[in-house]
Design a protein around this ligand. Structure first.
Ligand SMILES: [Zn+2]
Length: 230
């Protein structure tokens, strides 16, 4: 019984393989015998390939154009209604993307400025200002621009955003876990941090607050992840 079954199985296999062989053989026969349908088929394939390649190239070109178009921002630097001590005239405004300065510009006597740069897939575009009595201050962060010529208004100090728990969030990472309130004092206190390997570093964070000298007056919070004051 078992042998018979095995024999039967083997013969089916042989039969199948001969069938496949025959198929392969017969499939190869017509192109040699008649070349016209082959040429037509080749032309069709070529046409389709060219068509697909054209679409692919167009998509690629449009995609690149989208990223390489320069952005020109018409900016306005304004005082925050809560704190009007900052100067908004002749203040240096600069944009950073992936830790690199992309462009910088000065505000005029009305706090207006124009800044232009070409985005290149940066994770975010972070706007800073620095000027008389202002330490480098983060005034805004965006991921994308609504157009190639957006109009943007920034406030100094920047408007704070809070999470659902009422904690101030960082404008760049949008998280609150590494955000510290800045304590202003005449003599900044540093915290000595000794790591397990024995390296000693000084952290400006002391008792959960970022220690700043008296000259830094506007920044109220510091994000230790992005190393920014806002
Ligand atoms: Zn952050």
């Amino acid at each position: 019984m078992a042998i018979g079954g095995l024999n039967g199985f083997a013969s089916t296999e042989v039969q199948n393989s001969t069938f496949v062989l025959q198929l392969k053989f017969s499939a190869k026969i017509p192109p040699i015998a008649n070349t016209r349908p082959v040429v037509r088929h080749f032309k069709q394939t070529l046409r389709l390939t060219i068509y697909i390649l054209t679409i692919f190239a167009a998509t690629l070109l449009l995609g690149f154009r989208h990223f390489s178009l320069p952005v020109t921002i018409t900016g306005h630097l304004k005082n925050s209604p809560r704190d009007t001590s900052a100067y908004t005239e002749m203040v240096l405004v600069f944009v950073k993307g992936d830790h690199k300065i992309l462009a910088k510009s000065y505000t005029d006597n009305k706090g207006n400025f124009e800044i232009s740069f070409t985005p290149n897939k940066e994770k975010s575009f972070d706007f800073y200002c620095t000027g008389l009595g202002i330490d480098t201050l983060l005034i805004g962060s965006v991921r994308t621009f609504e157009s190639d010529t957006p109009e943007m208004t920034f406030y100094i100090p920047g408007q704070l955003k809070r999470n659902a728990f009422g904690k101030v969030i960082c404008p760049i990472c949008k998280r609150a876990d590494k955000v510290y309130k800045i304590r202003h004092s005449d003599a900044p206190v540093s915290t000595m941090v000794i790591s397990k390997s024995g390296d000693t570093t000084y952290s400006p964070i002391y008792k959960g607050k970022f220690q700043a000298g008296c000259l830094v007056g506007l920044a109220r919070y510091y994000c230790d992840r992005d190393k920014v004051k806002f």
